[in-house]
Design a protein around this ligand. Structure first.
Ligand SMILES: [Zn+2]
Length: 116
């Protein structure tokens, strides 16, 4: 259950950011997560609510955007989204290797309102 740790880290950043910008509350957080990281949205939302209780981020809305893993062609260098059952390059047909794109997890943006 790495969602708990991730949620705790997110809440920490939200509270810090709200404090730094003098916002009264955090309305929403937009998170980007790689498909291979397999973060479960429901679980993440649950833990966010749990850790945000009593903070400026209480009641924060989670918007999770899942990104697909990317491959890089070893022949021409093209980076493309993985398709099911296929590892060959759509441009040249060369063999592709998996990249660490698709394993990311970061906060894309935060919506704040009110004043502290
Ligand atoms: Zn190629």
């Amino acid at each position: 259950m790495h969602e708990a740790g991730a949620a705790q880290a997110i809440v920490g950043m939200l509270v810090e950011e709200a404090g730094a910008r003098g916002a009264g509350r955090v309305d929403a957080v937009h998170v980007v997560a790689g498909e291979t990281g397999s973060y479960m949205e429901e679980s993440l939302a649950f833990y966010l609510g749990f850790f945000a209780k009593g903070t400026r981020a209480e009641g924060v809305r989670l918007d999770l955007r899942v990104v697909k893993p990317k491959l890089t062609c070893s022949s021409c260098g093209l980076v493309f989204e993985r398709r099911r059952f296929s590892f060959s390059c759509p441009e040249c047909g060369g063999d592709a290797v998996i990249t660490d794109l698709g394993d990311e997890f970061y906060i894309e943006s935060i919506e704040l309102s009110g004043s502290a």
